[in-house]
Design a protein around this ligand. Structure first.
Ligand SMILES: Cc1ncc(COP(=O)(O)O)c(C=O)c1O
Length: 425
């Protein structure tokens, strides 16, 4: 039995040796368990439902296969995410196409692939889609994203449901704009959508949003629209640190379904199909990132910097949102006597702090360090800053491990570079 830190049944030091660092490690077993927790909660509530996994969180062809095999749907938010899904063999009828500024080519692509739903984000987009569908004589089912005016307690940059937001139709205009589809030949309103933000730990804003959405649903039904579904977006928070509150989907989902049943009854409207779009709660706890410790710098009387061989290029969230992470040294026991307070930094030419303050057991050059809960918005937000190569992603399933995405090579970094004629010798 190994003394090393074990993730999803695997010795993390052995994984770092086998695949190199920095390394994204994803557990298929944890991903599936997280998806099934949500499906089971809906089943136990007896709801008509669907789960759209939010692809922006973590997406590649292998991940699409996992989502497809779970029988759930996929939310994509760009031509690139859509292409990835279709290329993996994902059924387009189960794809919901999002984006606050889809361009003409993306709308054409979505129609070309016959995606199941397009989520219209603006009046402009509705006009575009009407023209396109008329031209192609092709029907399309749409949802309308509205901003329900709910302020969720989360980081300002990931609050998306308040009135002052670039996303969605303002509630005050939604009824009139959505009503226009009654006169359209090919654009069919299947439902309405909202996403109030991400990393939300409290149930209240979700329940409030569901009420606002049901009011709009009722108004649209009374206007003669034939909609049947309400998509409440994603946003379920996860505990990045031990002391963080955790959002319990198992208790929340039946509560939300009951609440909506009651509200639908009060409003004398049929209970809609409920759709959720979880991303972080599915993927974040299913991933860790392994690094090798390099420079350890002690500033006497001030602090110790522990630098790892990755950083803001593979995990921009601390720099972007001040996000907190927990970490462990994989090759050492969590021995209290060895604990020192340190700052974990990346190797970019920026201050590049990954973890501002954490207790680790006397970190030294050569140690393997795991940052925990990095499965969401890390790989998908990674960049090539400093011309770092994006790390490999590996997938664990039971006792197996395999590469899901290859580590970029130096050649990959220059493959799209061109030298204009006047710069040639
Ligand atoms: C429209 C939409 N749905 C779902 C999600 C997923 O949210 P989360 O990862 O918080 O579950 C997002 C995230 O930004 C989103 O914009």
């Amino acid at each position: 039995m190994t003394e090393n830190f074990v993730f999803s049944g695997h010795d993390t030091v052995a994984l770092a040796q086998k695949y190199g660092t920095p390394l994204y490690v994803m557990s298929e077993d944890i991903l599936r368990a997280n998806i099934n927790r949500i499906k089971d909660a809906f089943e136990s509530a007896g709801a008509v439902y669907d789960v759209n996994y939010a692809g922006k969180t973590f997406l590649n062809m292998g991940m699409c296969r996992i989502i497809e095999s779970e029988g759930i749907s996929l939310d994509v938010a760009s031509g690139g995410e859509l292409y990835t899904a279709v290329k993996s063999g994902f059924n387009p009828a189960r794809i919901c196409f999002h984006g606050s500024n889809k361009n003409q080519a993306e709308l054409e692509m979505a129609l070309g692939y016959k995606v199941g739903r397009i989520v219209i984000d603006s009046e402009w987009e509705l006009e575009r889609l009407q023209l396109l569908t008329e031209e192609l004589e092709q029907p399309v089912k749409v949802l309308f994203r509205v901003s329900p005016g709910i302020e969720a307690h989360t980081h300002e940059l990931i609050q998306t449901g308040k009135l002052d937001s670039k996303f969605g139709l303002p509630l005050s205009q939604a009824r009139e704009i959505i009503g226009r589809t009654k006169e359209m030949n090919y654009v069919e309103t299947a439902g309405i959508h909202c996403h109030i933000g991400s990393q939300i730990a409290d149930e209240k804003p979700f329940l409030l949003a569901s009420e606002v959405m049901l009011d709009l649903y009722k108004a649209l039904l009374s206007d003669g629209l034939n909609l049947t579904e309400i998509n409440l977006g994603g946003g379920f928070g996860i505990p990045y640190l031990k002391e963080d509150p955790s959002f319990d989907v198992t208790s929340y989902i039946p509560k939300m379904v009951d609440h909506m049943r009651e509200m639908a009854e009060q409003r004398e409207v049929p209970m809609p199909k409920i759709v959720v779009e979880p991303g972080r709660s599915v993927a974040a706890p299913a991933g860790i990132t392994l690094y090798t410790v390099g420079t350890v710098k002690e500033i006497p009387g001030l602090k110790k910097y522990v630098s790892v061989d990755g950083g803001m290029a593979d995990n921009p969230r601390p720099a972007l949102y001040g996000a907190d992470y927990d970490a462990v040294i994989c090759n050492k026991p969590q021995d209290e006597a060895l604990m020192e307070e340190v700052t974990v930094s990346g190797k970019a030419c920026e201050t590049d702090t990954l973890i501002k303050s954490i207790k680790l057991p006397s970190p030294q050059s050569g140690d393997t360090l795991a940052v925990l809960h990095t499965g969401a918005y890390n790989y998908s937000m990674a960049s090539n800053y400093n011309r770092f190569r994006r790390p490999a992603v590996i997938l664990l399933k039971g006792d197996q491990s395999a590469v899901l995405v290859e580590r970029e090579s130096f050649e990959d970094l220059v493959k799209n570079d061109r030298i204009p004629s006047w710069l040639e010798d």
